[in-house]
Every structure is written in structure tokens, then in C-alpha cells.
Design a protein around this ligand. Structure first.
Ligand code: ZN
Length: 169
């Protein structure tokens, strides 16, 4: 979670045009507030994020709005557009992949061969079946092996893997 941006409501309001420009220039879309408590509403990275004020004068940050405001204040890179999702995903994936390589070593979950550059992440329990999008539910596999595991259940994957590894011996 990003830290809470260090800006008072009054300053945020005064500098709102600059923040809106920051968002727009980076591919986000500034939307009209839907009620008086919304200070800023914008669409970015496929979601709508809202900064609002409470009656007490405090600011609440919905969605990923805190991150955007934080990046704006700190002059950090921030992406508001889905068209860059591939790049962001790649960065995220390489971090996951690095962690998984450390945990499991350079071997395909299914065939046990070295992965090399042919690395994909496989969810043991598919996300469509309620599996978490978390590293604990992930293994690395060759793209082709990943595809072969396709929609198998965890038990079927492990069975297939046992067959593969036995055949390789
Ligand atoms: Zn493989």
C-alpha cells in the first residue's frame, strides 16, 4: 500500500488543476465528480479512483488514487493508461519470476527441464476457480507446458507432472 499522500485538503484543492494535468498527461482520464464530497475522480489503469473529503476535512483516497497523488507530489513516474499495462505487467512479472526462481530453482514445474528464457507463470489453482493471484499459488513453466496444463485441476497437474518426470528418468 502506498503511504498516505502528505497534502492538506486546501492545498490539494488549490493545486488540483496541476494534479489533473499530471493524470491526463500520463494517459488517465479526469472525470466529473458525482457528489460534493468528491475532490477528484479519474479513470486510470482500467479502474475509477476517487479522492474525497470527509465532513471533518480529512481526505480519503479510494482505489489507487493515493498512489497517483503520491507520485504527483514526489515527481515520480506514474502511468494512467491501460496501453502501458503490458510494461507494468512485465515489471511485476519479472519480480514474481525472480522470486519463484529463487524458491523453486530454474526448472519447469511440469517437465522439470531448465526454463531458460521460456518462462511463464502458472496458477496451480486457476484464478477462474477461485485460486489467489498470489505467489503461493504460482509455479513457473515453459509456455508450451503451461498450455498443456491448461484447465487441469491441481491434482491432475501434479499427476501429469509425475508421469512426465518418471518418463524422463
Ligand atoms: Zn516444461
Amino acid at each position: 500500500m502506498p503511504q498516505r499522500p502528505n497534502i492538506a485538503l486546501r492545498d490539494l484543492r488549490t493545486r488540483l488543476p496541476a494534479l489533473q494535468a499530471f493524470i491526463t498527461e500520463r494517459g488517465g482520464e479526469v472525470l466529473s465528480p458525482t457528489n460534493d464530497f468528491e475532490v477528484l475522480r479519474f479513470r486510470a489503469q482500467g479502474g475509477v479512483h476517487v479522492v474525497s473529503r470527509q465532513a471533518s476535512g480529512h481526505i480519503t483516497y479510494g482505489g489507487d488514487s493515493a498512489l497517483a497523488v503520491q507520485c504527483w507530489l514526489a515527481h515520480l513516474p506514474w502511468r494512467g493508461s491501460d496501453s502501458h499495462r503490458g510494461q507494468a505487467g512485465k515489471r511485476l512479472r519479472s519480480l514474481n519470476v525472480r522470486t519463484l526462481l529463487e524458491r523453486d530453482g530454474d526448472a519447469c514445474f511440469l517437465c522439470g527441464q531448465a526454463l531458460g528464457d521460456d518462462i511463464t507463470e502458472e496458477h496451480l489453482v486457476p484464478v477462474t476457480h477461485g485460486g489467489p493471484d498470489h505467489i503461493a499459488n504460482k509455479v513457473l513453466a515453459h509456455a508450451a507446458c503451461n498450455k498443456r496444463m491448461g484447465h487441469l485441476s491441481v491434482m491432475e497437474k501434479i499427476r501429469l507432472r509425475d508421469q512426465e518426470l518418471r518418463a524422463a528418468c
